[in-house]
Design a protein. Structure first.
Length: 225
């Protein structure tokens, strides 16, 4: 890949799921495999960028030449992002961050009671990582989010772009099992504040990642010039 696209850029990427503990043996998580985020990290590095990949628990090896920081929960992911974001030129939030976590993590295994047929666990909102970056007032990098949607795809994606102060959003139709979560292929539509700027038909995630990184480097350059 032409190194000139990414040379000199520092890119921070989140990938994979977050895992929110309920007790020592149980948790809330989701089906993100990390394949999309890892493919983006690999493509960014191949274009010559310096890449930091902040990853939830996944079964993948870090792409060559990429600095990988392992985290578990959304709060840990936010802290890791804050450690690396100040010097970043581009931030890409590809992780499937849990929107909620348990208000308290039980230090011992939660037991069933004889009397109650229901169990209530109070969930509290997690911080929104990509929105925290999008709303930075100084040293704000070019900020790219993903939108995993099952319905009202375009409207929800554009609403997230605006609400989270993003420069670009990549829409994933996760109602289609052949693409999105845990699949080897993806198909995405990309928006910026002026509307749809690209659509990439179903292809292996590494191919989609190359198209996306080329678009992101070009757009970040245009914005900075
Ligand atoms: O990992 P794979 O199996 O390859 O699957 C890839 C993918 C489907 C996970 C990926 O392509 C994708 O769509 N990632 C975003 C998943 C998601 O959580 O989407 P969302 O619409 O709920 O969130 C919107 C954006 O806000 C995302 O950039 C997300 O990273 C970010 N977010 C969400 C919640 C939160 N608390 N903090 C965040 O930063």
């Amino acid at each position: 890949l032409p190194k000139a696209f990414g040379a000199g850029y520092k890119v921070v990427i989140t990938a994979g799921p977050t895992v929110e503990d309920l007790d020592p043996v149980r948790f809330i998580s989701n089906n993100s495999s990390g394949k999309m985020g890892y493919a983006i990290a690999q493509a960014a590095a191949a274009f010559g960028a310096e890449v930091t990949l902040i990853s939830g628990p996944v079964n993948l090896d870090a792409p060559k030449g990429v600095r990988r920081i392992d985290v578990k929960s959304a709060v840990q992911m936010l802290h890791a992002v804050e450690d690396y974001i100040k010097s970043a030129d581009i931030f890409i939030g590809c992780a499937a961050v849990a929107d909620f976590r348990a208000e308290t993590i039980s230090p011992v295994k939660i037991k069933k009671s004889e009397e109650a047929d229901t169990l209530t666990i109070k969930l509290v909102k997690n911080p929104d990582i990509v929105a925290t970056v999008g709303k930075l007032e100084s040293n704000r990098p070019f900020t790219v989010g993903f939108a995993a949607e099952t319905n009202n795809l375009h409207d929800f994606a554009r609403a997230k772009l605006e609400k989270k102060h993003l420069d670009m959003i990549v829409l994933n139709d996760v109602s289609n099992k052949a693409i999105g979560f845990n699949s080897d292929d993806n198909e995405v539509t990309v928006f910026d504040k002026d509307g749809q700027i690209a659509h990439f038909e179903k292809q292996p995630k590494p191919v989609i990642a190359q198209y996306l990184m080329e678009l992101i480097f070009k757009s970040a350059k245009k914005k900075n010039s």
